[in-house]
Design a protein around this ligand. Structure first.
Ligand SMILES: [Zn+2]
Length: 429
């Protein structure tokens, strides 16, 4: 059994999850799922009573280029690829964390149906990526799709950008809600956190159903997309990945960086500070490799039914505890899709105005298509996102709406999901 490299060990030691019920297994109990990289099986063990090793330097990362899709490459050609102006719809799909272990997620407990409704499995997710890639979509970052301009009347407003894409390609935004690794998810078939591997890349860490620690790049939405783009670089001609939408009440990315606990003690604060230090290099590597961040409020509060005071107090905590770690963002993702002030389409209410004053410009809800509108009374764009998940994969109505991305009948894995029926007809033939 090879031991951890010091770098990875340091990350794991710094970030032991408090109160999650997972105890470090005895050395030797490590295993990795079939098909995962050899690094997995070698990467994790829990040495006891060893002197703190000198940290080994993390290898120099491979360069990663991030390009601006609003600029036509010189001569209209880059790397032998011709670029053309695109002014059509920018499609937008969003995911929740993906199910790593269906047998834990769909075990019939009280969470099963919710996970079935709102999540896809890692396998379904990979099939969706393959399908949108095959259909000619390329990834763009949400913040590149609109920009702020001053119009003739001197008013500052958001406008939709012309994008310059490889000829014949269509733009696709991906966003990911609740990339927090909530406590309830840990025992329900999801990965536990993102970590830096000994290769300097992002890996997921978690426990398999037998309780073995697993470090993998095949079980988490973030690492699966990273790998997919490595294997299909033309899926991301500008280096964009997705926008991670974070709450704050159980920390971020699997690190318990939040303050809000009963019986706060110096020990808890000390642990929080360790978690903060441990997540910083993860955030930095994600940003370096095309991931961006948005706010999902601190407490996952429904913005359509809260007073401006409640919204402000919640968001101040978000800026303190999450914004301080991920940096400024212009993107707000509505929890439950709940629009600010109850309706941000026909009005611009006080809570919306306050959020805009805090720097948000792109306000995302959920809908049946990738609708968007630049508001004419304030510098902001409101938009909807589509949601690949159990509800839409099972639905005959959604089958048609999502056909431009994939045929749900090819995606849904009914062999692992609970028996809750579908409303589409099987494929002919
Ligand atoms: Zn959410």
């Amino acid at each position: 059994m090879k031991h951890l490299t010091a770098a990875l060990l340091a990350v794991l030691m710094l970030s032991a999850l408090p109160g999650c019920g997972a105890s470090a297994p005895a050395a030797g109990s490590t295993s990795a799922p079939a098909g995962s990289s050899p690094i997995s099986s070698a990467a994790v063990s829990a040495p006891e009573q060893q002197p703190e090793p000198e940290p080994e330097p993390i290898p120099e990362p491979e360069p990663y280029d991030i390009l601006d899709p609003t600029v036509l490459p010189e001569g209209g050609v880059r790397d032998g690829v011709t670029y053309a102006a695109y002014d059509g719809v920018v499609e937008h799909l969003f995911f929740h964390p993906v199910v790593a272990y269906p047998e834990l997620a769909f075990d019939g407990d009280y969470k099963s149906d919710g996970i079935d409704d709102w999540m896809v499995t890692a396998g379904e997710y990979l099939k969706i990526l393959q399908s949108v890639y095959d259909k000619g979509y390329v990834l763009v970052d949400i913040a590149d799709c609109w920009s702020e301009q001053t119009d003739e009347a001197g008013q500052v407003r958001m406008v939709k950008n012309t994008l310059y894409l490889p000829e014949g390609k269509k733009p696709l935004i991906l966003s990911y809600d609740d990339v927090n690794y909530y406590e309830y998810m840990l025992s329900n078939g999801f990965t536990y956190k993102l970590i830096l591997g000994e290769d300097g890349k992002i890996w997921s860490y978690g426990l398999d159903p037998a309780g073995n620690e697993v470090v993998s790049r095949d079980l988490d939405a973030v690492t699966i997309l990273d790998k997919f783009v490595e294997e299909h670089p033309d899926f991301s001609p500008f280096g964009a990945k997705g926008c991670l939408s974070l709450t704050g009440y159980e920390g971020i990315l699997g690190y318990r960086t939040q303050t809000d606990r009963e019986n706060w003690t110096p020990e808890r604060e000390e642990n929080r500070q360790r978690e903060i230090e441990a997540v910083k290099p993860i955030v930095a590597e994600l940003k370096r490799t095309g991931w961006t961040f948005g706010s999902h409020t601190w407490g996952h509060i429904s913005l359509n039914s809260r007073t401006t005071e409640v919204v402000q107090a919640d968001m101040r905590k978000w800026f303190d505890e999450v914004g301080s770690l991920v940096g400024d963002t212009t993107v707000l993702f509505y929890p439950f899709g709940g629009r600010l002030d109850g309706d941000d389409v026909r009005q611009t209410g006080p809570a919306f105005t306050w959020m805009q004053q805090q720097g948000f410009r792109i306000f995302c809800s959920v809908g049946i298509d990738s609708w968007s509108r630049c508001k004419d009374d304030i510098s902001a764009v409101i938009c909807d996102r589509l949601h690949p998940d159990g509800t839409t994969l099972r639905s005959g109505k959604s089958l048609e709406r999502y056909m431009k991305f994939y045929d749900a009948r090819d995606i849904i894995d009914l062999s692992v999901r609970p028996d809750r029926g579908v409303t589409w007809q099987p494929k002919a033939g």
